[in-house]
Write a protein that binds this ligand. Sequence first.
Ligand SMILES: Cc1cc2nc3c(=O)[nH]c(=O)nc-3n(C[C@H](O)[C@H](O)[C@H](O)COP(=O)(O)OP(=O)(O)OC[C@H]3O[C@@H](n4cnc5c(N)ncnc54)[C@H](O)[C@@H]3O)c2cc1C
Length: 352
Amino acid sequence: MTLKDVQIYGAGLSGLVSAINLVRDGYHVTVYEKEEKIGGSSECHPSVHMTPLHMQQMERYIGIELESCFSKLDDFRGYIGPKKLVFSTQNLYVVERGPRTSSLDYFLYETAVKEGVTFEFSHPLTSEELRSIPDHSIIATAGYSKMVKALHLPYVTFKQFDTHLQTDLENMSLAYFGGFTSDYGYVSTKNGLLSAQLSGPLRLSQEHLKKFTDLVKETEGIELAGWSSLVSHFPKKARLFTKFAGKTFVLAGDVAGFLDPFFGFGVHGALISGKIAATSMHSRQKALQEFKRCTSHLNRDLFVHTMYWHLPFKKLILSQVMKFQDTSLSFVKRSIPGFTDEDWVKIISIVD
Ligand SMILES: Cc1cc2nc3c(=O)[nH]c(=O)nc-3n(C[C@H](O)[C@H](O)[C@H](O)COP(=O)(O)OP(=O)(O)OC[C@H]3O[C@@H](n4cnc5c(N)ncnc54)[C@H](O)[C@@H]3O)c2cc1C
């Protein structure tokens, strides 16, 4: 092994962005992936993610042209209970995730292969192997990988139910807030695929899932079935480096805590954090500065979000919160890494 060898664990968004940037900088990059092919876990993918994004700024930042993978959102409706809201779609995109060739994962993987990154599939990083992997390895294995726990990082546990089916609906998202979850449920569509998710604290149950499923049927006539469930751990504090068994590891994506705790937007943060993890290999200081710039508000936001889980009368509070269109809700608006207050106002502004 030379100083120019880098090991990345996890071939998802942050791991692939790191790999592409590092190989371009002259490193020999090997990505170790748990699954036998690209596209992450079949428990939650294929899926459609909705994400806020500044497309050109993002492309410049990470040095990868991504636009062909994303579609602008055409329609974004929400429900607080049965009450319907129409949200602005500004800066909002849908993107396919998972193993299909039309996914963002596949696009980044193909780019990485062309640039010379080496992949080892069916290689899950385990807590035992953590002790023997090289210093400065990049860990990008997502919140559901148990690595946050294995690295002894303080964490919050989330539960989610996921399903997907075929659809004729394109580039549409639905968000459901109500008594069935402390967070929210959503439906998104792209490339003939509809995916739905309900997420919240560990106590999220089949009963909550049924309420959500019934509400989607009642409001939009969509029948959801075939759910799988997943438990994830997210760090209580965003961090770029962590020490383990006398070594320093670089963290990226969910494992770095680089996601918005309020709405679970993680695509934007994962892409940025992949670039920052790559930067850390040649400039620790610059990487730390960038990491801090993008995540300074996240630790507080995660705390506020956990408190919110315990609030009574959330439905009432939510309907009030959704009426705000000024900057007084900065704790919610700034929870997407790299987004400004103004960007957030555009996103949560209600059209009707
Ligand atoms: C079903 C679902 C829906 C979501 N919806 C949205 C959304 O609508 N909008 C949004 O912005 N965000 C959404 N998110 C969050 C977003 O997907 C993540 O925050 C983002 O993908 C994190 O990127 P990452 O690089 O950390 O991990 P990922 O992109 O998930 O990649 C992790 C990779 O690591 C691999 N891996 C796992 N364990 C190991 C191991 N032990 N060893 C080696 N490899 C391993 C996985 O197989 C995977 O390939 C959703 C997440 C899920 C799971």
